[in-house]
Design a protein around this ligand. Structure first.
Ligand SMILES: [Zn+2]
Length: 134
């Protein structure tokens, strides 16, 4: 019995059209959105793994449901689609890692810029809620 897999099935299948977990996974696509949090007290909405510091957004292409998950789940479930800038599906594991890391770095670069602009000592969280990086 794989607890991690069971939890993921329980969370994903009700939000998907297919009742088969593998088929359901194929309905999901990484949107390119990454959310960064100052206090790493969030969990993956798919496997419920705690203590994440970043959320990667995935979207169901059939019904537009969304989940915020850890990057490791997107990498572990290779059925979840990642597309490159040209819309081509990225299937190579190293390339998938690269795309997730790239999306995160873009998000972090924005955050650093916002903080520098605000000056030190100010709480950026209230003023700048998680933003979407296109
Ligand atoms: Zn997860």
């Amino acid at each position: 019995m794989n607890h991690w897999l069971d939890t993921s099935k329980r969370n994903l299948v009700p939000l998907s059209k297919s009742i088969s977990f593998t088929e359901a996974l194929r309905e999901w696509l990484f949107t390119g959105n990454v959310y960064d949090y100052d206090d790493g007290d969030i969990e993956c909405e798919l496997c419920e793994h705690p203590d994440l510091s970043h959320h990667f957004e995935i979207r169901n292409t059939l019904n537009d449901n969304r989940l915020l998950v850890g990057s490791s789940c997107i990498l572990k479930f290779s059925e979840i689609t990642i597309r490159d800038a040209l819309g081509q599906e990225v299937t190579d594991l190293d390339e998938r890692k690269f795309y997730l890391e790239d999306a995160l770095q873009k998000k972090l670069a924005c955050k650093t810029a916002c903080k520098t602009f605000q000056g030190p000592g100010e709480r950026s969280v209230e003023k700048f809620p998680p933003q979407v990086v296109q």
